[in-house]
Design a protein around this ligand. Structure first.
Ligand code: SF4
Length: 202
């Protein structure tokens, strides 16, 4: 259990993606990711050592301030946040405020931190653990090419409890066409867009 974690940034904005899109959220972006997606839009977050460590109590105090300013929940993202044990961080957040704690993960590490909401965004080249598929609340598959949809289907079969979303890769014309058609032709799937990027908000 770590009481100090490498932090890329914290900010209060709107959740741009997934089932909670459009809601006020406080983001904690932790450093460190070894998953290595070629299309990653947060490559600056990959090296842990490039980002200073902060105490979980400091982060929790920021979350409490965001709650006062209207945040509806906390999002722990990355990087790959579950490269770290999140027990101390979520305990501190819960001691400081009543905000639910969401985690955005690729699912390659064990669950820690007892999150209230798990967004699982699995990657074809490093498939997620079965425990994450079984526990996630939303399964959000990024689509660049047709094979991503085959992968989405296999993952969804292992996550029947989750909401299923296909999200086009940013600026991927093929991904947009495939995801739109998939959502239109599969009743249990919905389209997720990175609305914060379209609107150019953080
Ligand atoms: Fe980037 Fe997320 Fe892939 Fe890590 S898992 S490389 S942070 S998209």
């Amino acid at each position: 259990m770590s009481h100090h974690l490498p932090v890329v940034e914290t900010f209060h904005s709107l959740q741009g993606e997934g089932m909670h899109a459009g809601r006020s959220a406080f983001f904690i972006r932790l450093a460190g990711c070894s998953v290595g997606c070629s299309w990653c839009d947060t490559k600056h977050s990959w090296p842990m050592e490039s980002h200073p460590k902060q105490s979980v109590t400091t982060l929790a105090a920021e979350a409490a301030a965001a709650a006062q300013a209207g945040a509806a929940f906390v999002v722990i993202t990355g990087g790959e946040p579950l490269h770290h044990n999140l027990d101390a961080l979520t305990q501190s957040i819960r001691a400081a405020c009543t905000l639910p704690v969401h985690i955005e993960t690729s699912g390659v590490d064990p669950i820690s931190g007892s999150p209230d909401w798990i967004t699982l965004s699995p990657k074809r080249h490093q498939p997620p653990r079965a425990e994450l598929l079984a526990a996630c609340h939303e399964l959000k598959v990024v689509v660049h090419e047709a094979n991503d949809l085959l992968f989405a289907d296999v993952a969804a079969a292992q996550a029947p409890q989750a909401s299923w979303l296909v999200q086009p890769g940013w600026q991927s014309t093929e991904g947009q066409q495939l995801a739109i058609h998939y959502a239109q032709s599969h009743a249990h799937w919905r389209l997720s867009l990175q609305s914060h990027k379209w609107l150019q908000v953080r």
